[in-house]
Design a protein around this ligand. Structure first.
Ligand code: HEC
Ligand code: HEC
Ligand code: HEC
Ligand code: HEC
Ligand code: HEC
Ligand code: HEC
Length: 261
């Protein structure tokens, strides 16, 4: 009880602080189907096409984070990958899969850039596009969570309801089984704060090692990387994923628990 109250108070302070510091306005919380959505618009509008909408929920059902963010090379920041139509057409980026074989085909450049039904499936921002995969229908059978996509992705995989592939023929390199590091506790440096158990094992399933080391955490010796909850709210460290794609920071208790095992 005391713990819950403590968390509620801290949460209110941290939240208001960060939300106002950034914009002066509190952002609307995304709806479950919007969580993990990325809009890509470095070139689309310039070519008189609608900006591209990419949904993580759709893709993480079928692929691990590592496949896209390491093997294919998408940046971990919206808009940061310089994706050109010709790249997609040559089998890079979205075109690794969206080539008319693994998934529906992507860009073309030789018909006056008139958007068609195929183009609209990706160049869809602001358009009424009928999706082949409806969020509610597709995720119906998956275990529920309160926040983010409203789906417990961790459990969905543990129960075998989704089986994301960690390998794409011709793109991924065959690697030895990863030697998984021990799970450990992280200290929150505030008295009364429930300890955090960080599971290397569980994270490695999705992320491999390369998504975190060495860019987000140096990872040579525990405690080398110094950070606080405020850094995390700013999208650094754990916040690089928890806040936009993995379950959001709102879900304090999923990290600040007693033992998880
Ligand atoms: C099918 C490929 C694909 C998969 C699988 C995938 N991502 Fe992404 N991710 C992308 C693309 C594309 C972007 C946008 C990159 C850009 O705009 O330059 C992105 C962006 C992101 C961002 C930045 C979001 C933002 O709002 O700035 C984060 C964080 C992220 N991904 C984490 C993850 C995590 C964690 C997983 C696994 C649970 C994952 N991704 C799985 C393709 C993928
Ligand atoms: C690792 C493979 C892979 C990559 C990379 C990938 N996709 Fe997909 N995507 C898929 C698969 C598989 C589906 C399901 C499509 C199917 O079964 O026809 C899908 C579905 C979609 C859909 C859903 C369409 C609908 O009608 O419901 C959209 C939109 C989409 N992808 C956009 C993108 C964009 C934009 C990119 C690049 C930023 C991208 N994808 C990169 C594999 C991929
Ligand atoms: C699988 C998803 C997908 C589909 C389908 C798709 N595109 Fe794209 N396209 C992208 C992405 C991602 C970008 C990069 C967006 C940006 O940065 O604005 C892009 C960018 C473009 C650009 C601007 C980039 C450049 O290099 O000039 C053009 C033009 C383009 N697409 C044409 C088309 C046309 C025409 C179609 C339909 C035949 C189409 N695309 C279908 C994903 C897709
Ligand atoms: C989701 C992110 C994440 C992934 C994925 C991940 N790690 Fe780590 N790793 C961490 C964090 C956080 C620490 C602690 C860093 C700190 O306190 O400075 C850490 C610490 C370490 C350490 C130091 C451990 C110690 O006890 O001193 C090693 C070694 C390590 N990681 C190796 C790996 C390897 C090998 C993999 C893949 C099998 C991996 N990590 C995957 C986040 C991750
Ligand atoms: C590279 C992206 C990434 C980073 C960085 C990351 N996580 Fe995660 N984490 C994930 C993904 C993906 C999942 C799967 C669940 C989901 O997507 O909602 C997950 C799941 C978890 C879970 C649930 C696992 C369980 O035991 O049920 C906890 C707790 C967690 N992360 C804590 C942390 C902490 C603490 C840090 C920082 C030290 C961190 N994560 C950094 C991507 C990341
Ligand atoms: C993705 C995991 C994760 C989530 C979700 C999360 N935290 Fe944390 N939090 C951490 C980690 C890791 C630390 C330890 C940072 C350190 O001190 O090294 C931490 C530290 C803290 C601290 C100690 C002071 C500080 O700034 O380091 C407070 C207070 C805190 N968190 C409050 C919260 C509240 C309130 C929420 C929910 C609104 C929350 N946290 C959600 C991972 C998380």
């Amino acid at each position: 009880m005391k713990k819950t109250l403590f968390l509620a108070i801290v949460s209110a302070i941290v939240f208001l602080g960060v939300a106002f510091a950034e914009t002066g306005v509190k952002k609307r919380r995304p709806l479950p189907f919007e969580y993990g959505r990325v809009v890509i618009n470095n070139y689309s509008e310039g070519a008189r096409l609608a900006p591209v909408v990419f949904d993580h929920w759709q893709h993480r059902m079928n692929f691990t984070c590592r496949v896209c963010h390491v093997d294919i090379g998408f940046a971990m920041k919206a808009g940061a990958t310089d994706i050109r139509a010709v790249d997609n057409m040559s089998g890079y980026y979205c075109g690794t899969c969206h080539n008319g074989q693994k998934a529906f085909s992507s860009c073309e450049l030789d018909f006056g850039l008139k958007s068609t039904e195929t183009c609209d499936r990706c160049h869809s921002l602001g358009k009424k596009v009928e999706r082949k995969f409806d969020f509610a229908e597709t995720t119906r059978g998956l275990p529920k969570e309160r926040f983010g996509n409203g789906v417990d992705w961790e459990k969905a995989e543990a129960e075998g309801k989704i089986t994301p592939s960690d390998y794409i023929e011709g793109v991924s390199i065959k690697r030895d089984e990863l030697v998984v590091q021990k799970d450990f506790e992280l200290d929150a440096k505030v008295e009364g704060m429930p300890e955090i158990i960080f599971s290397h094992k569980k994270h490695t399933v999705w992320n491999g090692c390369e998504l975190c080391h060495p860019e987000i955490f140096i990872g040579i010796k525990r405690g080398t990387t110094k950070y606080s909850m405020v850094d995390i709210y700013e999208g650094k460290f754990c916040g690089a994923c928890h806040g936009s794609v993995a379950f959001p920071l709102l879900d304090c208790q999923r990290c600040h628990t007693q033992k998880v095992q």
